[in-house]
Design a protein around this ligand. Structure first.
Ligand SMILES: [Fe+2]
Length: 198
């Protein structure tokens, strides 16, 4: 499967414990898939975009490039989110040691990550930063905002309302608990190993 070409299939069966089939279907089949379609549409339109009229206030070229970043990051973050769901929620593996080393303890990391989940308007991302060789929690209000160059997402939480409003209304805190209860720590460790080149 080529990146940005087609939707990645879910690795788990719907529903999850506390996240309904309806929520996951809309989220994966409509919204995530929609970002892939838009990314491809942008690539096509960019080929014939009007370069002589390039302008920093408004131009076709500028708008297409901006939205390319928005769509691409939406695809990448949603894939990272769905990839790590479907597990038993029991923290395990070497990511625990790495998080403990960089945050002080697993509990300190978890408390911060969950609090950021209540603070963000879009995403919370545990990522490895190749610049300083450490794990960091990042907050992104939009797909293409809040990330740092040279980092790789490991554990990604979507807190847009579409991720939980059907199941929890405005009770985002309960959704975040459900997210943690469904985490697949094997998949998270696999992702961490891949990022570390192991
Ligand atoms: Fe989402």
């Amino acid at each position: 499967m080529k990146k940005y070409e087609e939707a990645k299939k879910l690795f788990f069966q719907k529903p999850l414990d506390g996240i309904s089939e309806k929520t996951i279907s809309i989220h994966h089949d409509k919204l995530y898939d929609g970002y892939i379609k838009k990314y491809k549409e942008i690539q096509e339109k960019f080929k014939n975009a009007d370069k002589p009229s390039a302008n920093a206030t408004f131009s076709e070229l500028r708008e297409l490039k901006l939205e390319e970043g928005f769509a691409a990051d939406a695809v990448l973050l949603h894939e990272a989110y769905f990839d790590i769901l479907g597990g038993d929620g029991k923290p395990d593996g070497k990511i625990i040691d790495a998080v403990s080393k960089d945050f002080g303890s697993f509990d300190i990391w978890q408390e911060e990550f969950k609090a950021l989940g209540l603070s963000s308007r879009g995403w919370v991302i545990l990522a490895y930063d190749f610049n300083d060789g450490k794990l960091h929690n990042y907050l992104a209000d939009m797909h293409n905002q809040g990330g740092i160059w040279g980092t790789s997402p490991i554990l990604v939480l979507d807190v847009y309302e579409h991720a939980y409003f059907i199941d929890y209304g405005s009770d985002r805190k309960s959704y975040i608990e459900a997210f943690f209860n469904n985490l697949d720590w094997k998949a998270i460790n696999k992702k961490f190993s891949k990022v570390m080149g192991e």
